[in-house]
Design a protein around this ligand. Sequence first.
Ligand SMILES: [Zn+2]
Length: 396
Amino acid sequence: MIRWAIIIGLICTAGQAWAGPADTKVKLCFKYEVDYRDRAVGDWTDTTMIARGVYFYVQNKTTGSKTFHWASKETGCTTLTLNARYRYSIRMQSKAKVTNDNIITLRVSPDNPINYGWTADADFSPMQKAGRVSTFTWPTHPGGDYSIRVSNIIAAASFSLHRRYGGLKNKTFVAYREPCNPSGGSCLKNDPNGGLAVFLSASGGTRNKFQISHEIGHLLAAKRNQNERTNTSGYGLTHQSNDKASQCADANDDYKHHFYSEEYVSSAANEGLAHFYAAAIWNSPNDNDCDWYSYYDGSTISCETGRKYLINTCYGGQEPKLDTGNELDWMRFWWDVHTDCDINFEPIMDIWDRSNPHKWKDRKVVRKIMRAARKRLNKKDYRCLKNEAIGNGVKW
Ligand SMILES: [Zn+2]
């Protein structure tokens, strides 16, 4: 206690000695308020999150001059020297620079590709704040528009890239607060302004942290694979019974898919990786539980417990004859590879990249993943991965 007080005292003294007559050192910290529907699911459940690496400017209200800054990616804080003779306004933007200088930028729409901004304090006086930490929190729906929830999106997206970046460096991740297509939904697709971008709908993408991380996971997987999306056969395959009441048959059109449905293996593996990404963002690999929020139906599913959904539930213990898969099995496979085989996220993304998902054909998906894993991993880790593939029913 005493030693800490002395250290703080020294910092203040030194700061005063360097500063000009009216210069004042001010520590600013930034946070996001979040109101996720799935807030309670997983191991990070707070109602506020650190605004890691958030981009902001400070504007001198008399001279109009602005200075731009990134908050610390660890603490969401920064210390600036401001002049106590002036008043300032502070504006946070929906943009953040996190680990390895990867940037996430949330934009209004492809036609209007600017960041959202929120004026945190329109009348900041350094004199009043000197020596104090000033914390600014971006509320979920400033101005009362409940559908906007920019803070929800930027908080989950920047936290995702902070925790799992798969070896990427200096990449820019673009997201839009606009649905994937006129009928809604969230997805990864071509950005009319170039490259790929995540599109997030008002109902799902602004409300569910798991869904935001899932879409970021698709974008990260594409960036790892030379900016190419997975070549999937779509979601049109239904379970052979074609019984619409069966959960295994939920994939009954080209756009809808479900956690439990039987799908072409290219689609199931692609979705399963994005589900695993979301699971690994919001769950600590060190506990022995893993909870995943299904935004398909609002239920909480274990990513740890349970195996072989496709074989056991859809096929009554028999192996399917088609080249099919199930998203849940693929998510649990990667989760077990990560937590039981202790294989880090980066080698998992290396395997993904080496399996060339942009060239997948259903018949060869499992073989390509296994071959890439055998080349990337040592013998012991490969054996473990292979056992998990068989145990989770993604390989038979
Ligand atoms: Zn997806």
